[in-house]
Design a protein around this ligand. Structure first.
Ligand code: SF4
Length: 282
């Protein structure tokens, strides 16, 4: 049985950088709190928890004095609220996300109504909607945008994307939104704000899936980008999305000779190494 890794997989630059800054903050200040999970990976969070790093989901539960903003970033209002409450902020927002935040703000200043193609409840998307200003909305389906506008369709609309969205999904969204709104708007602009780290992992996963007869995707079950890797691979070959090596069932391997591994952008290196070692040992 052969085991092969995708040529690009695992922790992206932004999450790796955020985890490094978080470790530094914990070493300097002792206990620190992150507003929302620093990454959507249970094992990584457990490891950081052992360093005294606590995840707090609601701003009202923060004890302070040091609060870490995750790689996904926050809205300007949220940052202002943290400052007003006197917290010391360690901002680990990924530079790519920060670029999209500033673009959302600039588009809004130029008079566009901003649409964020992404999961409305995701931390990054909530932040981007905040940067997009009054009237900014988030949606995964074009019809939801049209429904939100009703008859009050803005004259100028700019669409940006959550950084981890897939190209094919954004293309479909763009086509459907154009078909629904183009007759009523003066300008409909699409800006491809997807991250190259996502593209590289998606392409590498797709290429590997075509060359193996079984794929493992390792990463948080609640990690959006990991789930999208699993969706991509599952369309090509039998695929199992696991978060922990303990979830592997030996029966899955029956009759398979070539096994591929890929991992989400928030999956720690150790998880990948442990999975590879486990599969090789079978
Ligand atoms: S996927 Fe891209 S944008 Fe998101 S944290 Fe990683 S490097 Fe930054």
């Amino acid at each position: 049985m052969q085991v092969e890794r995708a040529r690009e997989l695992g922790l992206c630059y932004g999450v790796r950088r955020a985890v490094g800054l978080l470790r530094e903050a914990a070493a300097t200040h002792g206990k620190v709190e992150t507003l929302g999970p620093i990454a959507h990976n249970r094992l990584l969070l457990a490891e950081l928890g052992a360093l005294g790093i606590r995840t707090v989901d609601d701003v009202s539960d923060l004890a302070g004095p040091v609060v870490v903003v995750s790689a996904h970033g926050v809205s300007p209002d949220m940052k202002q609220s943290l400052q007003t409450r006197g917290f010391e902020i360690v901002d680990t927002t990924c530079p790519n996300v920060a670029r999209v935040q500033h673009l959302a703000r600039d588009l809004s200043v130029q008079g566009f109504s901003v649409v964020v193609f992404g999961e409305a409840e995701h931390t990054e998307v909530r932040g981007l909607v905040g940067w997009g200003g009054k009237g900014a909305v988030a949606a995964l389906r074009a019809e939801d945008v049209a429904h939100t506008y009703g008859t009050a369709i803005p004259r100028r609309i700019a669409v940006i994307a959550q950084t981890t969205q897939r190209a094919e999904d954004m293309a479909l969204f763009a086509a459907e939104l154009s078909s629904l709104l183009l007759g009523d708007v003066e300008e409909l602009r699409f800006v491809n704000t997807r991250c190259t780290a996502t593209d590289l992992r998606q392409r590498a996963a797709r290429d590997l899936a075509h060359n193996v007869d079984l794929m493992f995707v390792i990463g948080g079950h609640n990690s959006a980008n990991t789930r999208r890797l699993a969706t991509t691979c599952a369309a090509i070959v039998e695929t199992h999305h696991i978060e922990d090596v303990g979830e592997v069932e030996y029966a899955w391997l029956d009759g398979h000779q070539r096994i591929g591994i890929t991992a989400g952008a928030s999956t720690p290196d150790e998880s990948i190494e442990t999975l590879e070692a486990r599969l090789r040992s079978i």
